[in-house]
Design a protein around this ligand. Structure first.
Ligand SMILES: Nc1ncnc2c1ncn2[C@@H]1O[C@H](COP(=O)(O)OP(=O)(O)OP(=O)(O)O)[C@@H](O)[C@H]1O
Ligand SMILES: [Mg+2]
Length: 503
């Protein structure tokens, strides 16, 4: 298995600097937690083995004693007249490890072997039909009472005839044997649990923790310099969940790198645009002064065109100033007022560049139709659309068609629509596929692909839009939709009340 790889000089494990550390404190690390959990679970399992084990050991020990006592009782029964010397009786009791042996046969209980002194047993255990849970409780009972008691034990005789065999004995030897057995089991259990925990830990460490740690350190390193392509992780090719995480992380990091690069390019472009706007404003300022002087020349043709030239230059200077003020990405908010559309469209059509090809321009906007818009921005929208149409018509090969651009407009309630139509070649597929997308929508040589996207952005700032209108036949139609501003009823009422109150 190959682990995650990164290129670059920082591909070393170890404490990271900067945004964060790749290694948490040892006791808080995933490895420490896993180790503790593994030990706890194994000990939990061992506890389940320990309880039945000591219970079984105790019952077996007692049954051995019963068997030995039974053998001793047989020796008594074999003696003539069942009489034994005191010494032999004591010897038998000592050898069997008991103090009293009684057997019940044929309904009569017979004291087979006993000491001289009468005994008081503190606890009686019956091994006949013993339930396993009771056996466990009895084992703990023996362990907790420390072997200071005399107990009696009853069971069926292991080998001879009889209803039961009962014996009294000191609990101490049983207690000692049980403690030794428990300690042995605990010792082995602890060793086993440590061994299992270590094996488990090693397995998890190599299959999970190490790859996770490398994944997290790769993230931290990337976070320190997300523009550095060399810090993007290289997936190891594993097929498991970690492999998926690696691949997804690599994809996200690639995306981040390219987004940041794009952002930087745009920032540089923004700076360039600002510089251009700045210099252009200065140059236009000079041109404005010259055109002001031109307006003073006493020539009817100059007098006719000079004001238009001045308006155009004013508009260009305003635009440059606006660009400088609001930066590259943002257009200034529209300064809306009532704009008469027919004269505005007339001005737009008049400012279309001259070309050797005849293009007929029609201003079909009804007199008196007004829109609630920023005049300069609406001029730019319409100029972009008519210029596109003009460029498309001029570039047309056909000599039979009479080239036409027609601008019409109408009001529908609070919405004004201006249609810019031409009978040119229609939108090329590339332009159609990236319509209104900045930089990508251009399908003509020398085009920047900004005109339509700027027009749409400006219309949207008015709460409207620029859309491609579906139609049959040749050419292209764009609709500019400009809704009126929403009126705040309270303000309007107050305004009207003020008017009616004034004399
Ligand atoms: N009326 C039209 N008829 C045919 N094609 C058009 C028309 N209007 C736009 N297009 C196509 O859409 C493309 C995108 O237009 P857009 O105004 O966004 O960019 P551009 O004209 O190429 O460059 P610029 O940023 O200088 O305006 C144009 O290149 C042109 O191919
Ligand atoms: Mg254009």
């Amino acid at each position: 298995m190959r682990d995650l790889e990164t290129t670059g000089p920082e591909h070393q494990e170890g404490p990271a600097t900067g945004t964060g550390s790749t290694r948490p404190p040892l006791f808080r690390s995933l490895s420490a937690k896993l180790l503790a959990l593994a030990v706890a679970f194994v000990l939990f399992g061992v506890a389940f083995i320990f309880m039945p084990s000591i219970a079984g050991f105790r019952v077996t020990w007692l049954k051995n004693r019963l068997a030995m006592a039974e053998v001793a009782s047989l020796a008594v029964e074999a003696a003539p007249g069942q009489k034994l010397s005191d010494n032999l009786r004591k010897e038998l009791l000592r050898a069997a490890g008991v103090r009293v042996v009684a057997i019940k046969r044929g309904g009569a209980r017979q004291l087979v072997l006993h000491e001289d002194m009468p005994l008081m047993a503190e606890r009686r255990y019956d091994l006949r039909n013993l339930h396993w849970a009771q056996a466990i409780l009895d084992a703990f009972d023996t362990l907790t009472h420390g072997g200071r008691r005399i107990i009696t034990v009853v069971d069926r005789p292991p080998n001879v005839e009889g209803e039961f065999i009962e014996l009294a004995l000191d609990e101490r030897p049983l207690f000692r044997a049980l403690v030794n057995h428990s300690l042995l089991i605990l010792k082995y259990s602890l060793a086993l649990s440590l061994l299992v925990a270590l094996l488990l830990f090693a397995a998890i460490h190599f299959t999970l923790i190490r790859p996770i740690r490398r994944l997290s350190s790769a993230m931290v390193r990337f976070g320190e310099d997300p523009e550095d392509t060399a810090r993007v992780i290289r997936p190891s090719g594993r097929c498991d969940e970690l492999g998926i995480a690696e691949r997804e992380l690599a994809r996200m990091q690639q995306q981040t790198v390219s987004l940041l690069k794009q952002k930087n390019r745009l920032a540089a472009l923004g700076l360039a645009v600002s510089k251009i706007a700045h210099e252009l404003r200065n140059m236009l300022g000079a041109a404005q002064m010259i055109s002001d002087r031109l307006a003073m020349v006493d020539d009817p043709t100059v007098k006719k065109f000079a004001p238009k030239l001045i308006t155009s230059l004013d508009r260009a200077i305003d635009f440059c100033v606006g660009t400088l003020k609001y930066g590259r990405a943002q257009e200034p908010p529209p300064r809306r007022q009532t704009v008469l559309l027919r004269p505005l469209v007339h001005e737009v059509l008049e400012s279309l560049p001259a070309s050797g090809v005849e293009v007929r321009l029609f201003n079909d906007v009804p007199d008196g139709l007004a829109a609630d818009a920023d005049a300069d921005q609406l001029h730019r929208i319409l100029f972009n659309l008519t210029r596109n149409a003009h460029e498309a018509l001029v570039g047309m090969r056909s000599h039979e068609t009479v080239r036409e651009i027609r601008v019409s407009a109408w009001r529908d309630g609070a919405v004004v629509t201006i249609a810019v139509a031409d009978n040119g070649p229609g939108l090329p597929p590339k332009a159609r596929a990236h319509l209104f997308e900045a930089f990508t929508g251009s399908a003509r040589r020398g085009g920047t692909g900004l005109g339509l996207s700027i027009a749409q952005e400006l219309a949207r700032a008015h709460g409207g839009d620029v859309v491609l209108a579906p139609h049959d036949g040749p050419g292209t139609i764009f609709h500019v939709i400009i809704p009126d501003r929403a009126i705040e009823l309270d303000t309007e009422r107050r305004k009207r009340a003020g008017h009616s109150a004034s004399p």
